[in-house]
Design a protein. Structure first.
Length: 112
């Protein structure tokens, strides 16, 4: 069995489920992320908290990079990863921390 590349989960799934990828991207995905009622930065925070809580570690790298691109700084990411530990459990937070370390180590952090 080949290793799955989770750099972009949608791209990894596209080969097998192109219809699902199309549904996710258009229209719901684009509409949700572009809704002016909540900034993309805040959406990144909410999304990461949900992914941590759901133990969706394979999705974390793409959304951690997106959060950085949306202006979330490393100090905020650290707090964001720590906070759900009390609600989702320490294993979820520790896994998210490891994912963040592996994902963000290669890029210089903003306001580390």
């Amino acid at each position: 069995m080949s290793q799955i590349d989770f750099t972009s989960p949608r791209e990894a799934a596209r080969a097998c489920t192109s219809q699902l990828a199309a549904f996710v991207e258009d229209p719901p995905y684009a509409h949700v992320w572009n809704d002016p009622a909540l900034s993309k930065r805040d959406r990144s925070l909410v999304t990461l908290a949900a992914l941590i809580t759901l133990h969706a570690e394979h999705e974390l790298p793409a959304y951690l990079r997106r959060a950085r691109d949306n202006g979330v700084i490393d100090a905020e990411l650290a707090v964001l990863i720590t906070h759900p530990a009390f609600y989702a459990g320490f294993p979820a937070a520790i896994t998210a921390s490891a994912a963040a370390a592996a994902t963000l180590a290669s890029k210089s952090g903003a306001d580390q």
